[in-house]
Design a protein. Structure first.
Length: 419
């Protein structure tokens, strides 16, 4: 049975009705219809309209706050041996969340001391493992702003003076930082921080709620151990949301130099050519409040967890990958990890153990240049059957030039400072 569409009594389109049924009568005059539309709303109608407007206003506020949060960027500033270059001993980077939380990663040997003016406030120090080039066994004795500053590695690197308590402890003591590392290493660093301050001990950082949250700034340094697969949250006291720091696997030795030990352990171990093991090495995945998820590899070789955990579970979209070779992944292995396992939106090479740039320009014969070509140009690294596992992707590579701040949005798109 076919139907027609009728006008209802208020002049709007009505539903279908049988063709043989009598048409609905539209008897209201235009004046009557106008009066009906212009009548004052009832209390019930007023209440419904009020609730609708409240809902719309609330939705607008939510969308506005989300837009503001997404528009904020994470700032990443390398702190290396020579300003404007990527040098052989460079490890340290400072990450600044939009809420103001400032995190120093693996200080190493390019700090001039606990009060290095380049550091400013440091709320958290992340330590991947106990090797001297990450803890810092020496304070750098050169002006990083000098054009003659050394940029090499090993004997060609910058001169330094011994830091018996570690540069990490010097910075934590000077900045009242929370030091986050593997449990045994965090305990060891607590002893060194106390020695630096001349105190009896270093307090453990608090960890409240499901996220093991602490607030910063702090009035005294503290240490926080974190195991693989575990996390801590650091929230600025002025913010409602914190930065999540999770520990992930790294395949690397974690022996402590006897330089940092006291006798008789120092003499006994050194005389036997061995050092003290201090738990497991690790990397980190740091989730910032704008949504950026940064994988800090630490020193590591290829591990399946780059795929299953770093990519699969955390979904890291920016990778800071150590590619110095010999003791960590090299250029080819690092490229394979980036393209096939971690699969980030962007990557920053680190720990390259060479003067990668001169005057901020990439040295074309360097290991770093090979890594950049393999990843950002989409060149297959092996030239054999292994390349069939690599997806046809080109990922931007950003060089960590000391003192040059890069800014990344929540999608790991570099919006400033990347050249």
């Amino acid at each position: 049975m076919t139907g027609r569409t009728a006008l209802s009594s208020n002049g709007r389109i009505g539903g279908p009705y049988p063709t043989k049924a009598p048409l609905l009568s539209v008897s209201s005059s235009p004046i009557q219809k106008r009066d009906d539309r212009m009548r004052p709303p009832t209390n019930k109608e007023k209440s419904m309209m009020k609730r609708k407007w409240q809902s719309v206003t609330f939705l607008i506020l939510i969308l506005s706050s989300v837009s503001v949060a997404q528009a904020q960027n994470v700032k990443i500033t390398p702190v290396g041996a020579r300003t404007g270059d990527f040098c052989g001993t460079d490890r340290a980077m400072v990450f600044e969340d939009p809420t103001g939380v400032r995190i120093l990663y693996d200080p190493g040997r390019t700090m001039t001391g606990g009060n290095d003016p380049r550091l400013r406030d440091i709320h958290v120090i992340l330590i991947s493992h106990a090797h001297v080039d990450h803890l810092g066994d020496t304070r750098m004795m050169q002006d990083p702003n000098s054009p003659n500053a050394s940029c090499g590695f090993g004997v060609a690197g910058p001169a330094g003076i011994s830091s018996p308590n570690t540069v990490t402890a010097e910075i934590a003591a000077a900045k009242n930082s929370a030091v986050i590392a593997g449990g045994p290493l965090a305990t060891f660093l607590g002893v060194k921080i106390a020695a630096q301050l001349g105190s009896l001990n270093t307090a453990a950082c608090p960890g409240a709620g499901l996220g093991n949250e602490m607030t910063v700034p702090r009035i005294a340094p503290c240490t926080a151990g974190v195991g693989l697969g575990a996390k801590r949250t650091v929230r600025h006291v002025s913010a409602n949301q914190g930065v999540q720091i999770a520990a992930v696997s790294a395949d690397h030795p974690n022996d402590l130099s006897t330089t940092f030990l006291t006798d008789p352990e120092r003499t006994n171990l050194a005389s036997n050519g061995i050092s003290a093991y201090i738990g497991l090495a690790n990397g980190f995945v740091v989730t910032f409040t704008n949504g950026l998820k940064v994988y800090l590899s630490g020193d590591t070789g290829l591990t399946s967890e780059m795929s299953t955990v770093v990519n699969g579970f955390y979904g890291a979209n920016l990778a800071v990958l150590n590619v110095g070779d010999i003791f960590t992944t090299g250029a080819e292995e690092g490229a394979f990890a980036v393209l096939n396992m971690i699969r980030p939106a962007a990557v920053i090479p680190s720990h390259v153990n060479e003067a990668a740039t001169t005057g901020g320009v990439l040295n074309p014969t360097s290991r770093t240049a090979l890594f950049v070509d393999l990843v950002s140009a989409g060149i297959v690294p092996f030239g054999d059957l292994r390349d069939r596992f690599l997806p046809p992707r080109k990922i931007p590579v950003y060089l960590p030039l000391s003192g040059i701040t890069m800014e990344f949005d929540g999608d790991a798109q570099c919006v400033s400072g990347c050249g």
